[in-house]
Design a protein around this ligand. Sequence first.
Ligand code: TRP
Length: 357
Amino acid sequence: MSERQRILTGDTPTGNLHIGHWVGSVKRRVQLQEKHECYFLIANLHAYTTRADSPMDVHRDCIEVARDALAMGVDPEKAAIFLQSEVPALSELTYLFAMLLPFNRVMRNPTLKDELKIKGLADNYSFGFPLYTVGQTADILAFRAHSVPVGEDQVPHLELTREVARRFNKMYCGVPDKAPDEEHESLGGVFPIPVADVGKVGRLVGTDGQNKMSKSLGNTIHVIDTAKKVKKKIGKIYTGQDSRQPNDPGIVDPEKNPLFQYLDVFVEDEATKVDIRDRYERGDNIGDGEVKMLVADAINELLEPMRERRLQYEDDAVVLEVLRSGTARAIASTEETMQMVKDVAGTGFFKRTLTLA
Ligand code: TRP
């Protein structure tokens, strides 16, 4: 696997990024961009599944997400950060792929079902809501991506994507029915069958010590938080052990004591971690305060270069320029795919070149 792969992943824009995003996805992207051809999608059309009535909020969130990703170390020279709505191939392929999927198959998607349930939409969702899953297959296949780094919840979407790719390759490229996934391209298929690269890191717990870190719950630590604010937020984490004294034994199970998830994730030095855990568990003259200080310092050490980098991107025009060049690269890559698709699917009559002004 030393060869350079094409990697596509993305997020629905939700506003500013927090350290939960860093732990869950951005950190991995910053590593992947060193070795692979990376495309990071801002799925602003997907945002319209629930926010079609607030278009300018979605517009603003796209810029904020990009700014924070850049602050966190996504390097615009190495990876293309781009806008879903500005890459025509994504909408065009959604239309075509929708024809290859039985309606019932689209609806039989556990992640989709969960979302409809959680959002309390019952039967009142838009036609576009389930369509977004087909859109996601287009996002991935338009780049002929080999690998898609995602969280566990996205796996059903990847399975749908793999099905669409197999069906297209069979129907339009003559790839035999029983062809192994790895051989689709060499057998003449337009699309490689992409794999889900599922992140092992679970959700980071929020500073309320209860729920996963999430903007809507107000339990986040942001890149833009000052060092002082980080200290304050960490100081307030409830460790589940109110009356514990520095000499009482404590619980170091990250499931029961959120502070120890933070220790695991943010403190780099293994020896320090082992020592702190050991002393805390035995009640060896250590209180929550000491662990909190250590964790806050570690988080500030992580955030400091991000805060600094963020200054470069304070101006919207600078972020927009990054998005413009990323989108231009995304268009170049997906137009290549579109030509291949049109050639075999009968939808092509002319050549075209798309350029951004
Ligand atoms: N559904 C993803 C989410 O909400 C966002 C997304 C859209 C995506 N298109 C994608 C993720 C393609 C990976 C690949 O987080």
